[in-house]
Design a protein around this ligand. Structure first.
Ligand SMILES: Nc1nc2c(ncn2[C@@H]2O[C@H](COP(=O)(O)OP(=O)(O)OP(=O)(O)O)[C@@H](O)[C@H]2O)c(=O)[nH]1
Ligand SMILES: [Mg+2]
Length: 310
């Protein structure tokens, strides 16, 4: 005797709960085999499962392809931590990421770039401590200048007014313009180079140089992290499947004006042609529900469910 539609639907939800990616695909295949009927309500359920299976398989393929093709840079903004010697660069990177870069009270402790990584608000960040900047440090070896030139953002540390003056002067001398947040089309390279930046100061000497850049005390880690998000302006989109389950990890873009089309191109490569429509939950799971088309412009934290023609 076949079970009622609602019962089977609940059993399927339970069976798929918490399963993602390849594991979820395997479970769906098992369920499809286990449901023998393929008519009426059973067919509806099976069609839904088949659609989801196709979605997952496309997504897994896209993930594999993007892992081999794109560098981490696309999804992981890099921040260079720069400043004069003893300004607290290693201390800050350790405090933010849990690394154990040596910290000493004598100058020029860090002589090679040091790396750290952090996850915050569903964004991965990479940090690089650049060895201390001093008067004329780029007259000879320009390797650290190259790293600053190609980074996404800089965090300028200082313990005094003079520390900041020195760093700002050296950067200006290298044709680098510091800006308050990333440009609307992303972390693109311009000449002269425009790099988003902010200042991190020591509360014991809050005497800062005049600058349009945001200034944050070094002991306020939470404000530093929040400002990093503000500076990179991520557009985090959470995809939702046919069972109204929302993916924990967002698809992230770092530019303004992301359309539904771009999400399809990034996540469901090749399915643009068979796009049917999209349902959006504006700004999060509790947001207003809207049915939208392919040119719709998405905002940070929108939830999106895409449907395709078979
Ligand atoms: N007062 C104060 N001291 C700090 C702060 N951050 C670090 N220090 C101290 O300053 C000294 C230098 O700290 P580091 O983190 O090694 O500084 P750095 O900029 O990495 O220095 P170098 O790698 O040598 O250029 C250490 O003695 C730290 O304990 C801060 O925010 N305030
Ligand atoms: Mg250091």
């Amino acid at each position: 005797m076949p079970k009622p539609y609602a019962v089977i639907n609940e059993e399927i939800k339970d069976a798929l709960k918490g399963k993602a990616g390849e594991e979820r695909a395997r479970e769906i295949k098992r369920l499809l085999k286990a449901i023998h009927w393929d008519v009426g309500d059973y067919k509806r359920i099976k069609d839904k499962l088949r659609r989801e299976l196709a979605e997952i398989e496309t997504m897994e393929q896209a993930k594999k392809a993007s892992r081999s093709r794109t560098k981490t840079k696309k999804t992981t903004p890099q921040f260079c931590i720069i400043g004069s010697t003893n300004s607290g660069k290693s201390t800050l990177i350790n405090n933010l990421t849990g690394t154990t870069i040596p910290v000493e009270s004598y100058p020029f402790t860090t002589i090679e770039p040091q790396y750290g990584a952090m996850e915050y608000d569903n964004i991965s960040f990479q940090f690089v401590e650049i060895p201390a900047i001093y008067d004329g440090c780029w007259n000879g070896d320009k390797s650290t200048l190259g790293m600053i030139y190609f980074t996404d953002c800089v965090m300028i540390l200082g313990r005094s007014h003079e520390d900041f003056e020195l760093v700002l002067k050296e950067l200006a001398g290298q044709n680098i313009e510091l800006i308050g947040e990333r440009m609307s089309d992303g972390f693109i390279q311009t000449t002269p180079r425009k790099i988003p930046a902010f200042l991190v100061f020591d509360k014991t000497d809050p005497n800062l140089p005049p600058s349009h850049l945001k200034k944050i005390p070094s002991d306020n880690l939470e404000e530093i992290k929040q400002n990093m998000i503000k500076i990179i302006k991520p557009v985090r989109l959470y995809t939702m499947n046919s069972f109204n389950e929302i993916q924990e990890q967002p698809v992230v873009f770092f530019k303004d004006q992301i359309t539904v089309k771009e999400v399809i191109q990034k996540v469901y490569k090749g399915k643009e042609e068979i796009f049917k429509d999209a349902v959006i939950l504006e700004g999060g799971p509790n947001g207003r529900r809207k049915r939208v088309g392919i040119t719709y412009e998405l905002s940070d934290k929108d939830v999106i469910h895409l449907t395709f023609h078979k």
